[in-house]
Write a protein of this length. Structure first.
Length: 343
């Protein structure tokens, strides 16, 4: 059951109204790399010198960051908060600045079209992205800078979830694992390092698997991680003993998800395992807020058809495709793992 929610008050309503201002303070501070700078206390004059900005802009930026709790002011000195130090500093192992850059460079302008996308039931916000492909993913290859920002964001998200995933499953017996929509290979590298008897194939678009192949080489795992550059909707899946669909199914419509699960069923032997990692909403459809945010993103920009579905929807789709759902595991407050076995 989801936790009891705190009732919304008038101040909370105003915080929602003004949320776009808060994000721009955060985004500007990340562009300046302010939180890496403020690992040690500095005065405003010192900050102005480091950022090369005038006094009034510095006062405005610091006022916003202090009022939001991103940095603390003690006397005449400023220093980043513990939360900012952990998530917004280049020296932190949990550095999430790439998520801020993704939101600013890719999602922010597109979300202006959210109401239009709701009315038209398609990703109207894609008009903010150059190209003719019907999804964000199809347009990334034509926008190298944007593509790099997108994949840096996905690597950050996947790295956090991957560590918990590889510890949540037992793949010690090895075999062949097919990673559908495996992106830049973060999951593949983590799995190969954790389970030395596993051989992995990453299937994703040709412009994407270049990054996965590079990650495998850099990790010294090119003999165990191989790539297939293809559209997963246009090809059959190769035979395997394990099949992973991570950060992928929520992009698509229920009909497309069912199609992918049917392909997965044909690729796996009886008793083979399927692993679904997704952003999920509660079964009673009350949250979490992250599920609502990513659902708006999928509709307005990414694909025009996806959203964060419930656990029970995925389990029902697995059952209809010929799988037995075995377990649910929460990997983060927003991400969950569902394991199924082919009948």
């Amino acid at each position: 059951m989801p936790p009891q929610e705190t009732p919304l008050d008038v101040e909370g309503v105003h915080k929602i109204m003004e949320g776009f201002y808060a994000f721009q303070f955060l985004s500007a501070a990340v562009k300046f790399d302010l939180f890496s700078l403020l690992q040690r206390p500095l005065t405003r004059d010192q900050i102005m010198t480091e950022l090369r900005i005038a006094e009034q802009p510095a006062r405005i930026l610091l006022l916003g960051c202090v009022s939001l709790g991103l940095i603390h002011k003690r006397g005449e000195h400023y220093q980043c908060s513990d939360a900012a130090a952990m998530t917004l500093s280049r020296d932190s192992p949990w550095d999430q600045r790439s998520l801020v850059r993704f939101s600013h460079e890719i999602a922010y302008r597109a979300m202006w079209w959210f109401h239009d996308s709701l009315c038209q039931n398609t990703n109207v916000g894609l008009c903010e992205m150059a190209g003719a492909a019907p999804t964000l993913y199809g347009r990334l290859a034509a926008n190298p800078e944007i593509e790099r920002t997108f994949h840096e964001m996905m690597m950050t998200v996947t790295k956090i979830v991957a560590k918990r995933f590889v510890d949540a499953v037992d793949l010690s017996a090895g075999g062949r694992l097919l990673d559908i929509g495996g992106g830049s290979g973060t999951n593949a590298v983590a799995l190969a390092r954790r389970w030395p008897r596993l051989a992995i194939e990453v299937l994703d678009l040709p412009s994407v698997v270049v990054s996965a192949a590079r990650a495998a080489r850099e990790a010294g795992l090119e003999n165990r991680i191989h790539t297939i550059g293809a559209d997963c909707f246009a090809v059959d899946f190769p035979d395997c003993e394990h099949l992973l669909l991570a950060h992928f199914l929520e992009i698509w419509s229920p009909e497309q998800i069912k199609s992918l699960l049917n392909k997965a069923h044909r690729a796996l032997p009886s008793g083979g395992h399927i692993y679904l990692i997704n952003l999920l909403q509660h079964d009673d459809e009350t949250g979490p807020t992250t599920a609502a945010i990513v659902s708006a993103y999928f509709l307005t920009l990414a694909s025009g058809v996806g959203m964060a579905y419930t656990w029970k929807e995925y389990e029902a789709w697995l059952g209809a495709a010929g799988f037995e759902p075995l377990s649910r595991t929460s990997l983060t407050p927003a991400h969950g793992l569902i394991v199924g076995r082919r009948r």
